[in-house]
Design a protein around this ligand. Sequence first.
Ligand SMILES: [Mg+2]
Length: 166
Amino acid sequence: MLEKLQPNEIVDSIYQINLSHLKEKGIKAVIADLDNTLVPWRSTEIKDTLTAWVKDVKDAGLNLAIVSNNTSSRVHTLSEQLGVIAVSKAVKPRRRAFRNIASQFSLIPSEIAVVGDQLLTDVLGGNRTGMYTILVTPMSNHEFIGTKLIRQIERFFLKRIKNKST
Ligand SMILES: [Mg+2]
């Protein structure tokens, strides 16, 4: 269980991800979570820094997709504005949405990096699918009440994961 929760990298934000390092590892696409990874929870505003990051990812020759558990049409509104494909209601950590994106890009799982702020959805789902996983610090403390409870469980695991590498 703990092994499946271990991200390959832990960084503060998407802006700390070393894209050329990912390329060297043979990564060809990035699947990003939406809420608290790309934008604060419930936000519909796309900051210039995010637009620039999306451009950096594409300029690096990487494909980009959004996979979100959120049900709202907001996922698709934002992804369209960013010019990337998206899957909503993804039911992460289930593998289906990740596999769906892999087949849309005609890539195998090991060629894809999953970026997200939650161990039990993003990292667990990515690891289960055989993808490279990157955990980011959540952008804001405001989130779905259910997520707040999950956070407590995640903190328990995160402590152990961080201890493991020291
Ligand atoms: Mg999230």
